[in-house]
Design a protein around this ligand. Structure first.
Ligand code: MN3
Length: 220
């Protein structure tokens, strides 16, 4: 699968409307080994991500007025929705969007960039000094996230790059921030290989980031 189509897939998920559909992984479960082992990749995609999609659909079955909105609109418009479905959209809609991006960011391929380039590289230099400093901030956010959550590199409303740790499946889109890199630090993302060594998992995936997919997020 090309970089372009990996990006398109993450973008397509944000454009999906009810009923939502699990995107294909797009590469072999072994493709990101040893950073992510094949069993973790399979369970994570086929069961965890699939469950977010199933539960998002269940939540919207009884909300026909919300079925006209895209996933991106549902996340960005959270405060407008009935209180009874906000948590379900936050958790399951966030889970669907977050994982769609994560699969692309981990994507293998000889044509992908091992380092940021272009506009993203310039913004990282401006806001972090170096790519290594940006990666260190992402690692610190991931290690420091208490319990389940994600480490995020986001573009703020004022076009700054910032690293944040967010709990559970909270999407940066909830606060109007654009996700650029998202690293899943739920134990289901790494426990089979790394057990309690979350920092080692973060080092491994930070070395495998597909920066072309990250750069493409800026073009939304
Ligand atoms: Mn996950």
């Amino acid at each position: 699968m090309s970089v372009r189509s990996l990006f398109a897939r993450a973008d397509e998920v944000l454009s999906q409307r009810f009923p939502f559909v699990l995107p294909v992984l797009g590469y072999a479960a072994t493709a990101v080994e040893p950073a992510v082992d094949a069993q973790t990749m399979t369970i994570h995609h086929d069961r965890h991500h699939a469950t977010y999609v199933t539960n998002l659909n269940k939540a919207l079955e009884s909300q026909p007025e919300l079925q006209a909105y895209t996933l991106g609109e549902l996340l960005m418009g959270m405060r407008k929705w009935p209180a009874a479905v906000q948590t379900a959209i936050r958790n399951n809609g966030g889970g669907h969007a977050n994982h769609a991006l994560y699969w692309g960011l981990l994507a293998p391929g000889s044509s992908t960039s091992a380092a940021p380039s272009g506009q993203l590289a310039e913004m990282i230099t401006r806001d972090f000094g170096t790519v290594d400093a940006c990666k260190a901030a992402l690692k610190a956010a991931g290690v420091g996230q208490f319990g389940s959550g994600w480490a995020w590199l986001v573009k703020t409303a004022t076009s700054r790059l910032v690293v944040r740790g967010l709990p559970n499946q909270d999407s940066p889109l909830l606060e109007g921030e654009l996700p650029i890199v998202g690293l899943d630090v739920w134990e289901h993302a790494y426990y089979l290989t790394y057990q309690n060594r979350r920092a080692d998992y973060l080092d491994a995936v930070l070395a495998r980031i597909n920066w072309d997919v990250a750069s493409a997020q800026l073009k939304r």
